[in-house]
Design a protein around this ligand. Structure first.
Ligand SMILES: O=C(NC/C=C/[C@H]1O[C@@H](n2ccc(=O)cc2)[C@H](O)[C@@H]1O)c1cc([N+](=O)[O-])cc(O)c1O
Ligand SMILES: [Mg+2]
Length: 214
């Protein structure tokens, strides 16, 4: 059975990246996915927006919806302070070991916990099973029609506090209209729009930051 694209991305990282060097892991994935095979990593251009918001949030507890190959988990975790931690939810059992390996090559395995399953099933367990109080930062990059319902779950399970920062990928393409409808013109959120481009392409895309106001 020949390898999957995600396995080929891991091969490229394990062969070309410098062990323990998160930047080299990111550069390797961006190079592979812009020159060899496109993949749905947040990428280098939108990655700079992600970096900016993570630095602004300086989270102690962060959550990512949609690990995929671990590119954005590496991107986020490399900026976390020593006491901070990232939980990343991934549903596809094929992607989990690949992401774990890529995160390990980046030397960030102690900063990231991958939780396998659907966000809608794991979010309700974050407080009870994973000892989370509230989330300082949430990166939404999973199924676009789940951004809104899973954000509502975060609210309902008391996982957001005044100042929690949500950042959503793909507001332009593929788009997440229900999420935008939920957070914009909503007195509980302060939104900022960041126009950008689809990873490794010229097509327009955008990210949306939504700060929870309590
Ligand atoms: O479709 C996109 N992303 C969906 C991501 C889905 C990922 O989230 C996981 N998940 C984890 C938890 C869940 O509850 C559900 C899914 C899935 O198992 C998958 O690993 C996408 C598409 C394009 N595009 O150009 O077409 C560009 C992008 O940047 C994208 O992010
Ligand atoms: Mg995306």
């Amino acid at each position: 059975m020949d390898q999957s694209k995600e396995q080929r991305i891991l091969n490229s990282v394990s062969y070309n990246a410098i062990k323990g060097d998160a930047e080299s892991v990111l550069d390797c994935i961006d190079k592979y996915c812009s020159q060899k095979e496109w993949a749905m990593n947040v990428g280098d251009e939108k990655g700079l927006i992600l970096d900016k918001i993570v630095k602004e949030a300086d989270p102690t507890v962060a959550l990512e919806l949609g690990t995929y190959c671990g590119y954005s988990a590496v991107r986020i975790a490399r900026l976390l302070k020593p006491s901070a931690h990232l939980f990343s939810i991934e549903f596809n059992a094929e992607f989990v070991p690949i992401a774990k390996e890529i995160i390990e090559i980046a030397g960030l395995e102690d900063k990231v916990t991958i939780l396998e399953g659907h966000a809608q099933d794991i979010i309700p367990q974050l407080k009870t099973k994973y000892n989370v109080d509230t989330l300082d930062f949430v990166f939404l990059d999973h199924w676009k029609d789940r951004y809104a319902p899973d954000t509502i779950l975060l609210e309902q399970y008391g996982l957001l506090r005044k100042g929690s920062i949500l950042l959503a990928d793909n507001i332009g393409f593929p788009g997440a209209p229900d999420f935008l409808k939920h957070v914009r013109n909503n007195e509980h959120y302060e939104c900022t729009h960041y126009p950008s481009h689809l990873e490794y392409m010229k097509a327009p895309d955008a990210m949306e930051k939504a700060v929870y106001l309590g």
